[in-house]
Design a protein around this ligand. Structure first.
Ligand code: 5AD
Ligand code: SF4
Length: 447
């Protein structure tokens, strides 16, 4: 199994692994050993698509030497291309969209019975969204993602997601709580609520209506959840109640990923983002007035059709003003089916790359400045794994969602513990330091 793209895809692949395990399949790291190769794809930008095609180019000899090998494509590229994918990769056995995840056993069974290629790109017709509980086949790590909503109704003009993942569908809270209880039982300490647009949660379709902030309060009451996060949210669905939740819920970590996309109102309108820069900045101000040390990250696109140099420079200004701790930065890539495709993709490749390099450089400086504020301070780190890189012992994250690597505590600490770490240096979006041993036990008694 191979996954491209976002965290939703990673979660979908994990789910398909679990379901296929029930059918007798066991995941192997060696493709030569596989009876079934399943690639969960992304189509958010052209580059993501190209990676998938080159991977399948490499798989062709395997299929030729073993015709019984089942090759399947799942995810957004499958949904977008449907039968066209079979024309391009004729040796495929199935092509299934993101809504086929729960049916993966049935699809593989049909292929095994000689049917093929199987194409499944219907969106499910339910109003809400269910992931029935299954016994876990492996323990979660200390930090676990939990799907709460799928799809997107925002239709930003550049984005394929509304076409590849369909309409927003929320998952019943009781099912979410049950999954979290199961994960916590198996050792998870941090829960990250996941969706393309999490703060649209509960807007419609739920049998038991519940707003997103109410879901956060509900999750925070589950015993054993020590940290809570969510991603991704949209500025237009950010409510005052959600800001208040940051004050009330002490396990809600002080980091927010809030995509802005660009710093100019004309471009935002062309992007159909439905908010202005003023709206975004006002939201950030409100949030900072309640949670002064909140770390902010964002997504930015440069070179959208018609973006002038001056308009691009407003993106630089905005970044400088907000001082994001990190950003995911992209050059605009025209996508099939999207409204922006109607607009001329008129910013030359070199110019897009130049703008991209400029924002990357600016973000590197902002990240460095943000990181320096931690130097000499102690931060609480949820340990996710051991490491032997650069003389360090453990790695994890602090509440502001910085990666932290530290040395010391080898005989006392293990993944899942929360350690106090004195930060000594930064490198990119990583803090490095040493275990602050012999400290008093914290309120929750982790040390
Ligand atoms: N071109 C470039 N970046 C895009 N994104 C989405 N669609 C495109 C596109 N056509 C970026 C946005 C979004 C992130 C997940 O990917 O910034 O927030
Ligand atoms: Fe795409 Fe916009 Fe929906 Fe995000 S909010 S998934 S960018 S359409």
């Amino acid at each position: 199994m191979e996954t491209f793209g976002c965290q939703m895809n990673v979660a979908d692949t994990d789910r398909m692994e679990l379901l296929l395990f029930q059918s007798g399949y066991l995941r192997t790291p060696h493709v030569e050993d596989a009876d079934l190769v399943l690639v969960n794809t992304c189509s958010i930008r052209d580059k993501a698509e190209q990676k998938v095609f080159s991977l399948f180019g490499g798989l062709k000899p395997l299929k030729q030497s073993n015709p019984d090998l089942i090759l399947g494509v799942a995810g957004c590229l499958a949904q977008q291309e449907q039968t066209a994918l079979i024309n391009r990769i004729p040796f495929l056995d199935f092509v299934v969209g993101p809504d086929a995840v729960e049916s993966i056993q049935h699809i593989v069974q049909r292929v095994n019975q000689g049917e093929g290629p199987v194409i499944w790109t219907e969106f499910d017709s339910h109003k809400n969204y269910s992931i029935p509980e299954q016994p876990l086949i492996k323990n979660p790590g200390p930090s676990a993602f939990v799907n709460i909503i799928k799809g997107c109704d925002k239709f930003c003009s550049f984005c394929v997601v509304p076409y590849t993942r369909g309409r927003e569908k929320s998952r019943e809270a009781e099912e979410i709580y049950a999954e979290i209880r199961q994960l916590v039982d198996k050792g998870a300490k941090e829960i990250i609520l996941l969706g393309q647009n999490v703060n649209a949660y509960g807007k419609r379709g739920l049998q038991q209506p519940l707003a997103f902030h109410e879901l956060l309060y509900g999750v925070s009451e589950i015993e054993g959840v020590e940290r809570l996060r969510f991603t991704t949210s949209h500025p237009m669905d950010f409510t005052p109640e959600l800001i208040q939740a940051y004050c009330d819920i002490d396990i809600l970590m002080n980091h927010l990923h809030l995509p802005v996309q660009c710093g100019n109102n004309r471009i935002l309108e062309l992007m159909r983002r439905s908010h202005t820069i003023e709206w975004y900045m006002d939201l950030i101000e409100q949030l900072k007035s309640k949670v002064p040390d909140i770390a902010l990250s964002t997504d930015i696109i440069v070179g959208f059709p018609g973006e002038t140099r001056e308009e691009f420079e407003e993106t630089l200004n905005l970044m400088e003003q907000v001082k994001f701790s990190s950003s995911y930065m992209f050059a605009y890539s025209p996508r099939p089916n999207t409204p922006a495709l109607e607009m001329a993709d008129d910013i030359p490749y070199e110019e897009k790359q130049d703008r991209l390099q400029q924002i990357i450089q600016l973000q590197n400086r902002l990240t460095k400045e943000n990181g320096q504020a931690f130097i000499g301070k102690e931060v609480e780190v949820l340990i996710e794994s051991t490491t032997s890189r650069k003389g360090m012992s453990f790695k994890g994250r602090n509440p502001h969602y910085w990666s932290v690597m530290f040395k010391g505590g080898e005989d006392r600490l293990k993944p899942g513990d929360v350690a106090r770490v004195r930060v000594e240096e930064t490198s990119g979006h990583v803090l490095r330091g040493s275990w602050a041993a012999n400290r008093r036990r914290s309120a929750r008694g982790e040390l």
